[in-house]
Design a protein around this ligand. Structure first.
Ligand code: PEP
Ligand code: MG
Length: 754
């Protein structure tokens, strides 16, 4: 709205409202609107496409052929208009025809127009249409102009939801209401659940966008912000009083955002342009979402999700929709449906009633997925159109194992669900019965099954599963859910709680594995890394920033206080790195004794073996370490030069390939010869067939997620180890891509429960 001066936006908004409130039916008013918008945007064409029963239909146009109105239709995803609807993002092109998704519609007579700008029309977070302008010249639309169009689209959405929906049935819908549907997404945490859909953000639909009085709206916004701040402070107070430390850390980030000057300024600016307070919050939220989808950095994306949550809370204050869903409103079997959410939001619910979580966004490394895993809640992410097709109260079946969501399931889906659930429950009962029995194979070999953990919420799984101890404690998760670096005393308190809860069971703490894509906000980032997994991370970062590592070691030594302590370093690639890290640790041990503090009763120091180069320095390494833990996730990613997070490569290389098994066998044999204890803590340890092979090649200790302890223990108890060892004797020389089939066949032939 650059040309019209400071009062320009307000004048336009008023004009639009006059048209919308004016005489005539909805069609007549829309015809008028496109004329007003085209004139204001200095465009030759302005068109409104609205979703009607699932397709985008041209509803009104200034500049294109009138005969195309209600005739031209596009599927969501088809052509540029379809793409704008699908991505729910604005698009501005100075030459639309050269875009690969351009789809010509000759009946509209648009061949004379070159530039195009379109924005989605969103109502309550759903796309209901697309608003487009076109020009004959190759115009470069300015960001101010795109923002102005987004504001106009918000006002248009108000009309679509109101008068138009009454006059034109089916408008604004995707036409699936009430029918069973299956959506496929990405499995983020396995498990099976059925429950009632609870929309995490009950759709807040802004009913009035144009302000009657700008000063009143500014005052309303200020009041709501003050209420929000009080609410966040209250949540923080409650979290401090509560034993689990995670929510407190997360909420500190929230408090920081609730006082963020940039965010406040952007919302106030939107009010000054003539929007109501809630429309201003929505407006800035839409901008944030667009920014979010462009950010590659996982950590920053997570922070923007926190901001999204705060925007929603603010909106609820403005629409008197209460602060949040009260537990009384939450059904006992709830499936939470969200676009995305931060970990604090999940912890805000009574988690005992949450049976599953389904997200339109989400990634395996997102914090909410990590927390949900610790709480054993099945999660599916990346479910396209989730919020379009699911309504509050819908019956949902969540198949977290296969990443499938059944919305309003039909009889066949329910029957399959029932059968699967029974099977799972029967298995769970079998695993529970094994809880107090040690994992001993049929021939009497004791295998140590440990837990991988990283959050306080993981610790109850020690008792629930009967695990022998914690084989890998990923300390970075505690750092990642916080806004600021935890102090030594905060860390001490945290580690001490971990040790308290573990009791007599050993815990192996791994020092910070941050950097790369697990960047902390309070750590300066220097370059854009092309390959973050192979970049400045883990021990590399710790050795370059020794204060961070020393603070952590100081806290660990203090927390142990008369108890045994085991520490290991991540991503050690050569012996000299271990020596340097160990020297830092020794300085802290000396410092502790100089200060007269009580240290650990015993101290074991080891390393992860997850960079292949270290496997060829074992003779120099083994005399220096107390133990080794093989990190097969990274070891295989580097061995095969195959990104562990890339789904296209997920099945290309197998951890049960001859080369993968050979490298692990060689490491294990070298450790055995040097009498150095060795374990493996990658994902492979948690899959029964893989775990069987690892035991067959010599491992006697493995560490895995809580859900795997039962199935792996059952496998061990049914295993005849000498028979497996004999079967595996010459297997390493095989030219096969993978030995998975052969090992599975062995298990079947020998009644091993896999
Ligand atoms: C591994 O690399 O196998 C491992 C256990 O560490 P992380 O998964 O935390 O990288
Ligand atoms: Mg690793």
């Amino acid at each position: 709205m650059n040309a019209a001066g400071p009062s320009g936006p307000r004048i336009l908004l008023r004009r639009l409202r006059e048209v919308m409130a004016g005489p005539g039916d909805a069609q007549a008013r829309m015809d008028q609107l496109v004329t007003v918008i085209a004139a204001n945007m200095v465009a030759e064409v302005c068109s409104i496409y609205l979703l009607r029963d699932g397709v985008l239909e041209l509803f009104a146009t200034e500049g294109l052929k009138r005969s195309a109105v209600h005739q031209t239709v596009l599927r969501v995803g088809e052509g540029l208009v379809g793409q704008i609807a699908q991505l729910a993002k604005p698009m501005a092109l100075s030459e639309a025809r050269s875009h690969p998704n351009f789809a010509a519609r000759p009946e509209t007579g648009e061949e004379d127009y070159h530039s195009l700008m379109g924005v989605p029309v969103l109502r309550g977070g759903r796309v209901v249409g697309v608003l487009v302008v076109q020009n004959k010249t190759n115009r470069d639309y300015l960001s101010d102009e795109i923002e102005a169009m987004q504001t106009i689209a918000m006002v248009l959405a108000e009309m679509v939801g109101g008068a138009l929906q009454e006059e034109v049935p089916g408008v604004g819908t995707i036409g699936s209401d009430g029918l069973p549907m299956r959506l496929a997404g990405l499995a983020l945490n396995d498990g099976l659940a059925r429950g009632v859909a609870v929309l995490h953000e009950p759709r807040i639909v802004v009913e009035q966008h144009v302000a009657d009085d700008v000063d009143d709206e500014a005052a309303r916004l200020n009041t709501a912000i003050a209420e929000l701040r009080t609410q966040v402070d209250g949540m923080l107070q409650a979290a401090i009083a509560e034993p689990s430390g995670e929510s407190r850390d997360i909420l500190e980030t929230y408090r920081m955002f609730a006082h963020d000057k940039g965010w406040m300024a952007r919302m106030h600016e939107a009010v000054q342009s003539g929007l109501t307070a809630e429309a201003a919050v929505e407006r800035v939220q839409v901008e944030n979402r667009a920014r979010m989808s462009e950010i590659g950095d996982a950590y920053l994306r997570e922070r923007l999700h926190d901001l999204e949550d705060l925007s929603n809370r603010l909106m609820r204050h403005l629409t008197n929709n209460g602060g949040q869903l009260s537990d009384g409103d939450l059904p006992d079997q709830a499936v939470v449906v969200a676009w995305n959410m931060g970990p604090a939001e999940l912890l805000d619910y009574d988690v005992n009633r949450i049976k599953a979580l389904v997200l339109e966004e989400g990634s395996p490394t997102s914090h909410v997925a990590i927390v949900a895993r610790a709480l054993q809640i099945p999660v599916i992410g990346r479910l396209d159109q989730l919020l379009e097709v699911v309504d509050s109260g819908d019956d949902l079946v969540v198949d977290g194992d296969n990443g499938q969501l059944f919305v309003r399931p039909g009889a066949d889906a329910l029957e399959a669900f029932g059968a699967n659930l029974e099977l799972r429950q029967a298995k769970a009962a079998q695993y529970a019965a094994l809880r107090d029995q040690p994992a001993v194979s049929k021939d009497g070999t004791r295998i140590h099954l440990n837990l991988n953990a990283g959050l306080l919420a993981d610790l109850p799984h020690l008792d629930e599963t009967g695990a022998d101890g914690i084989g890998l404690y990923r300390t970075e998760l505690h750092f990642m859910v916080r806004a600021t670096l935890p102090t030594v005393s905060m860390q001490t308190e945290f580690y001490s709680r971990v040790l308290d809860q573990a009791g007599d069971r050993p815990v192996v703490f791994r020092t910070l594995d941050v950097g790369g894509d697990k960047m902390l906000p309070y750590l300066t980032r220097y370059d854009d890394e092309q390959n973050p997994a192979m970049g400045w991370r883990a021990i590399r970062l710790s050795l370059d920033r020794p204060v961070l590592l020393r603070m952590q070691i100081r806290a660990l030594l203090k927390a142990a206080e008369g108890r045994p302590l085991a520490i290991m370093f991540p991503m050690i690639a050569e012996v000299s790195e271990f020596v340097a890290a160990r020297a830092l640790l020794d300085r802290e041990v000396e410092r502790q004794s100089r200060m007269g503090e009580e240290g650990p009763s015993s101290l074991r120091v080891g390393t992860m073996l997850e960079v292949p180069s270290l496997a060829w320095q074992l003779s120099a390494l083994l005399p220096l370490v107390d133990f080794i833990s093989i990190g097969s996730n990274d070891l295989m990613q580097f061995l095969f030069a195959s990104d562990r997070g890339n789904p296209r490569l997920a099945n290309r290389y197998d951890e049960l390939s001859p080369s993968a098994l050979s490298i692990v066998r060689d490491i294990v044999q070298n450790c055995a010869a040097a009498a150095v204890p060795v374990s493996l803590c990658g994902e492979a340890a948690g899959r029964p067939v893989d775990a069987m092979a690892l035991i067959g090649l010599g491992l006697r200790s493995i560490s895995m997620g809580a859900a795997s302890i039962g199935p792996v223990k059952m496998m061990v108890k049914s295993l005849d180890l000498p028979a497996l060892q004999e079967f595996m004797t010459n297997i390493y020389e095989s030219p096969e891509h993978s030995l998975r089939d052969a090992l599975t066949q062995f298990a079947e032939n020998h009644d091993v429960a896999i």
